[in-house]
Write a protein that binds this ligand. Sequence first.
Ligand code: FES
Length: 164
Amino acid sequence: MSQEPKPSATPSRLDPELTARRDFLGTAATTLACGTCGFALLGSARLPKVAVLPSASKKFKVVLPPSLLPGQPFVPPGRSVAIFKDGDSVHAISTICTHLGCVVKPVESGFDCPCHGSRFAANGDVVRGPAPKALAWLSVSSAGGGAVLVDEGKVVPAGTKVSV
Ligand code: FES
């Protein structure tokens, strides 16, 4: 006479109902982790892009337009510099925002950043954040024949003007 096993009161590790629950929890955790990583990648892809990439040469020569008025900025095509001529003196201010590197736009009262709303005075000082500091003044020198040589890689103290 054979005896059938009695069902135990405590669940066993081999209980098919517990195994199914573990599989479900494992699948749910894996799906959640993959979803989190996917959203993190999407979020990093949407970060603001840096507007200016490093170029081989940061020095360039430019002839200022004869019609340039005092206090009026001249931005050479393809460059991130505003050049000002006041009488015989010239100075150059970077148009790279000090917040996250967007290119600021010259306006009548100074510069506006289109990315997060920073505003700068005509001398580059911060008027409204979130930019943490003033726009950089850049090295400029006379190149003869009415041309000036600007070095975008060399920052000079604010207020530095040179005679041309
Ligand atoms: S990059 Fe100019 S305000 Fe943010």
